[in-house]
Design a binder for this molecule. Sequence first.
Ligand SMILES: C[S@@+](CC[C@H](N)C(=O)[O-])C[C@H]1O[C@@H](n2cnc3c(N)ncnc32)[C@H](O)[C@@H]1O
Length: 275
Amino acid sequence: MQSDAEIGPPTTFDPNQPSVARMYDLLLGGHEHFESDREGVDRLLQVAPNSRTVALINRAFLMRVVEVLVRDYGVRQFIDFGSGLPTQRNVHQVAQGIDRTCRVVYVDNDPMVLHTGRALLAENDNTAIVWADMRDTATIFSSSAVERLVKSDVPTAALFVSVLHCIPETNPVPPAEVVRRVRRFLPANQPAYMAISQLVSPNQEVRERITTLMAELTSNRWGEVRTASEVISYFDDMEILEPGVVEVSQWRPAKRGIRSPEIEWEEFGGIARAH
Ligand SMILES: C[S@@+](CC[C@H](N)C(=O)[O-])C[C@H]1O[C@@H](n2cnc3c(N)ncnc32)[C@H](O)[C@@H]1O
């Protein structure tokens, strides 16, 4: 797959180097990980003991977002950026559980996501996976997967759930620019939605400590823990849906959850109508 020169190719497989996808899978209780990932998660839990809870809360947010978009907003096609290892319940299972015609393109830069994703999705004609860096929008939107599954006359959602913190602000294509680029590609004459969540902390010392650890664990293949207001800024001038951009357990919960007061970091996010 061709890549944008300023971005470079997706990541290569290295079992000795913790991967974000595998560490997250481990936090969720999955089985697609190696010794390096287990050691990485142990070190992360020392610095941020609530990381497992944060991952589970985030995955539940993703499931609610998809359900609400299909059921209440008529969305029938999704592009899921930084989709993660498909070992859990996935976007297409939730969406197609409501309407089996829903189509999903998964995008991830981790080769293991591509490998397991291909095996899992092979029997579902309405899903596909693109192995690419999410910043490389030209490659993604000209891929055969997007050409086949993303139609111009269908309400569409782009998902950036727990992934924008993988890009540093100093990157030539920082998170706000990725969101802007993707927004331009969403079908123009149909309702389009953007879901975003990202790791935040109000405490600068915590932000720096976790950012430094993740950079070390991933050999600088990570971005940064941010502030809530930085996440809000990624929605730019889009119309943010109720209840706004919030700690994600509070985003349209099935039951109103009680937040732990002892948090190190949390996922902050919401949905907006892009046009
Ligand atoms: C924390 S997981 C989130 C998975 C899923 N979105 C969720 O919320 O449950 C982040 C995923 O983003 C992927 N990722 C990180 N940086 C990326 C990039 N620049 N382009 C595409 N995928 C990326 C990782 O490989 C990983 O699978």
